[in-house]
Design a protein around this ligand. Sequence first.
Ligand code: SF4
Length: 495
Amino acid sequence: MQPRKLYVETMGCQMNVLDSELVIGQLTARSFALSDDVSDADVVLINTCSVRAHAEDKVLSHLGALRRRKQRNPDMIVGVIGCMAERDPGGLVAKMPHIDLICGPGELNKIPAMIDELDETRRRVIALSQSQSRRSTALQRATEYDSVEALDLSRSACIQDHPTQAYVRVQRGCDKFCTFCVVPFTRGPERSRPPEQIVNEARMLVDRGAVEITLLGQTVNSYIHQDSGRAVPFSELLSRLNDIDGLERLRFVTSYPGDFGDDILQAMRDLPKVCEYLHLPVQSGSDAVLGRMRRQYSVGEYVDLVKRAREFVPGITLATDFIVGFCGETDEEFADSLRLVERIRFKNVFVFKYSERPGTVASKRVTDDVPDDVKRQRNIALLRLQERISMEHNRTLIGETPEVLVEGYSKRAVKAQEAEQTRGDEIGHEESSQLVGRTRTDRIVVFPGDIRLTGRSIKVRIKAATALTLHGELVDEDGVARMPGRLSNRVQIGG
Ligand code: SF4
């Protein structure tokens, strides 16, 4: 019998990328075949994000296109999984009655059984964690979300796009209840996984070829686990993971500025595998706005944390998130955000225009009163400022030879190769063999090279820079340029 074809579309954050990978692992273990072509799929799952209205609009548009496909092929299963499924299952079904399966992020381990049930009954199946309200007790909420642990524990070593990089979840949910955010409602309360489970999972991934592991948590630095009556903090978890033989790099996202202790900065300084990079969302440069967002730190405390991070970890780079146009944000409050960007000089910033999310505290208590065009202008102003800063940063790196972990072909090379294949276009060797990698400080570097370098840490001399990307050439350990496509004897290539 032919295996059934599975197509998974993933939107949103790294947590969703990992969830999709684990769902794919569960289904391919049950003889589904993963397809990258939605048009011949038997099961289509859309893993959704609810953080912004725009992300939900995109899901609805995908589902609209699938309705026509489902009319032609009624046996096709259409599933919506993740945060949007948890947030508004009734609204989804009302708008898109052709959905067969709805599954919240806390119930993803049930998907194989849900598909079995669908096959048998042909009736829509729904699995949600019921805790939509913070009025539930902590125990109720934790119990309601517990069953999803099985998803991480079921992990096979299937690593998707980048065979040498892997995500490992250390924590689920969030207890912060920032007023703009749906995550505590869709992913439940904060629960930290046992450290031995995390270390075993990381060790398995390294044994199967991963050299870089990124630890995931909504507020990853808040990780704490009671282990035989003793609390294991995040810094200790980093230390245990640092001991894994064969692991080269350890990263973690996303950190919450209010919970960042010096023990983690010390670990970043002392543990050689922990990279010198922090994603530390600030959201606003105004204390008044941070108060309305119910972020549990002030701008002064954030600046102090950055100062300490730079003292403990010389050369560390910082990325951040801003929300512009949050309820009541005045011109002066926005100017505070611009001043903060000038002051901190981030490596990069991710800017989001505020969009009200139903059910959040902000949607009930404050008014989304900043006009759209003002949000748009503030978005552009912040990005322009950061672009100048990133450009200035990156230019200072020209002539340096940082260590780069190779991830594979660059997007441009992949496009060039596709053009070669589909249209027979003549593409220069340099363009189609361009590789991409990252420095320990999370800077993106492209350079011509041999694809067999993927997963290797190599030296690249930086020759040019844009705001987003560094361009370089491979050098050997003596700093001598190496010809692309030829490998030094010193680099052992497996296989
Ligand atoms: S810390 Fe705030 S923004 Fe981050 S996931 Fe929790 S509630 Fe959402």
